[in-house]
Design a protein around this ligand. Structure first.
Ligand code: 13P
Length: 392
């Protein structure tokens, strides 16, 4: 059950002066290693999936496993889309189970970044899902050498940050103050004074990208100045790679399982080191009591049709499955017919929403309105419609 509301999770971190690790995962070894670390430390954790990594795994295939693992954890977990590339990516991520999203338009001019981020906020808030926006540019690529991607840091300014937050309505702000994605030579120089000023002006949970490679003291100073989410990937990937190298050296075998056996533990050790350093260890119980569990709503309709035979009803339902599944916040659309032919109601829609907010946004969504008005309501005579929340 401990998939929890991410906004409340990070608000708790903000109020209590610690940061939650947002660890990018690319496969089951990373998923298990990150959760092992969070469990070992009794810490809240964010499972992050970066769109820039979607070449390495099938997002839609991996998400059910991520969600199942999150729901089975004893510690509070959130699932986040990292560096989404479009509004469509954010909708897909929410409909696959993410309960926090970021669409990164930080490389575009301010007005375009504001417009894109505002569109994402409008959609995601209609699903109850919080949004991270980024302002200023953090160069580099996760998992690669920073000098191979030498883009210039563009620092976040307090004035633009204020405007960005006010006009977009984001829940968390990722700032650029000198970190770089990927492997760096030496320690990056951070503009902590800038961070302090942004934090004082906004009083909004702040996010750092490019978490790999900072000193213990730098992490401490980030957290003192409002950073509550630290994105971290390259050091996990390097720990995993080193474990594979050790296995290659230690065995004659070319077997995949022999060579990758140490990866889960290596990822877990590095994640655990960060969790302890960033102050989230031991916080699981208080975060759980502070956060609303993230549970779906079942939108149930049972109905009979007038003026359509069984084939016609099935065709109408097929169209509905197709159209309704694309509405933001819809996790699943299933249709059915009663097993017993004398049932009081012959057909059903079982639509699963990610959050109670979707009850309203789904009802008013133009695709739902068009389908319901043109294809469903004219033939659905008697019907019962109820939204259920899960009891766990
Ligand atoms: P690193 O790969 O530098 O740790 O950065 C990760 C990140 O910022 C993901 O968004």
């Amino acid at each position: 059950m401990p998939l929890v509301n991410m906004k409340e999770m990070l608000q708790h971190a903000y109020e209590n002066g610690y940061a939650v690790g947002a660890f990018d995962l690319i496969n089951h070894d990373f998923l298990e290693g990150i959760l092992d670390a969070a469990e070992a430390c009794s810490a809240p954790v964010i499972l992050s999936l970066a769109e820039s990594h979607f070449d390495y795994f099938d997002f839609e295939q991996l998400m059910p496993a991520v969600e199942k693992a999150a729901r089975s954890a004893s510690v509070p977990v959130a699932i986040h889309l990292d560096h989404g590339e479009s509004l469509e990516s954010a909708i897909k991520a929410i409909n696959c189970g993410c309960n926090g999203v970021m669409v990164d338009a930080s490389h575009t001019p301010l007005e375009d970044n504001i417009q894109m981020t505002r569109n994402v906020v409008e959609m995601a808030h209609g699903c109850g899902v919080p949004v991270e926006g980024e302002l200023g540019y953090v160069p580099g690529v996760e998992g690669e050498d920073a000098e191979r991607h030498p883009g210039k840091v563009s620092y976040t300014t307090t004035e633009e940050a204020r405007q960005f937050v006010e006009t977009t309505g984001i829940d968390f702000l990722a700032v650029s103050i000198g970190t770089v994605h990927g492997r760096m030579r030496g320690e990056p120089k951070l503009d902590l004074e800038r961070l302090r000023e942004i934090n004082q002006a906004l009083r909004l949970p702040l996010v750092i990208h490019g978490g790999t490679g900072l000193s213990d003291d730098q992490y401490r100073r980030l957290i003192e100045n409002g950073v509550v989410k630290i994105n971290y990937y390259t050091a996990l990937a390097d720990a995993a790679g080193a474990a594979i190298r050790d296995s290659v050296a230690a065995t004659e075998s070319n077997g995949y399982t022999q060579l990758t056996r140490g990866v889960r533990t290596a990822v877990s050790r590095e994640a655990e080191r960060c969790i302890r350093l960033w102050g989230s260890a031991g916080r699981a119980a208080e975060v759980l009591s502070h956060c609303t569990p993230w549970l779906p709503v079942e939108h149930l309709i049972i109905y009979n049709v007038n003026g359509l035979d069984d084939e016609g009803a099935k065709a109408m339902m097929a169209k509905g499955r197709d159209v309704l599944a694309g509405i933001p916040g819809v996790l699943e659309v299933a249709t059915g017919s009663a097993v017993k032919t004398d049932a009081a109601y012959r057909y059903t829609w079982l639509v699963q929403f990610c959050h109670p907010a979707v009850i309203d946004s789904y009802r008013d969504h133009p695709d739902h309105v068009a389908f319901a008005d043109q294809l469903f309501r004219p033939v659905a005579g008697e019907r019962i419609s109820i939204d259920y929340e899960w009891i766990v």
